[in-house]
Design a protein. Sequence first.
Length: 303
Amino acid sequence: MGTLSGTVALEGDPIANAKVAVVDAEASSPGNWVVVGGDTSTADGSWSVSGLAHGPDRYHALVQLDDGNYYNSESLPFLTVDAVIEPGPAALSIDPLPPEIGFAIPDSGVARYKFEQDATDSWNGNDGTLTGGTYTTDSEIGSYAVSLDGADDAVDIPVSHSSGDGLSLSAWVKLSSPSSAQYIVTIDAPSQYSADAVLYIDDTKIGFQCYDGSYVSTNTSFSYDNTWTHIVGTKTASGDMEFYVNGSSVATATIGNLTESGTSSIGRRGGSGYLNGLVDDVRIYRKGLTDTEVSNLYNTGSI
């Protein structure tokens, strides 16, 4: 008898409390799943099913998410770990086939841009529009990132912030030293001179800035060594701001309500401050993430 174990992870995010069913592919037929064991995934997405009698090509795993549907994986290796369940075409003949899905969306999630050769929002359909720029295989999350030239490349995104709500901006960046201020993510910029919130860089610092009639910044000195770095700026509904680098808090501040309205972008603020560098896995939340959530996001890819 053997054990099949793995992780429920959709698009890299571990999924807890998912029901996993291991199916005997040879004994199953369309409309008749022969389930030989099951488990519920833990906080890190792990699961295990023992008592399996046959070889590596005989078993498939199905995962049931909160919507009640079961989703099929590819054939899983036998007696191995890190067998990841992914959405996609069914390898097992099941009628009806499970529908195609993306991945679990956090309740506070507004948008996520993974830049897998496009600027689609894989959470809520707030798809961006890339002007100029290219997609590169030099990435931190997934297979691609977006490369911006600092001259006129940017991604416009149909996202806005509601005054009084919390807000968090997260991105992976790979940067060289800029000669002037450049903007990584901008929310609600009525012009090149202001915005509700930005992740930004200048010649010596990297940070998170908000505007309530005056600018309030949380930033830190930064060495532009052209390596991938994870940055997060958070603002709670009560106005507490915090900035994080690679999962650790580096600066705090407080601010009033954010009331600007305008264009939201990745790679510029209004029509200026174009970013020269690589950006990957931009995420926008409608709350101020906690220290634990930011650490989880950096270390596991999920809050």
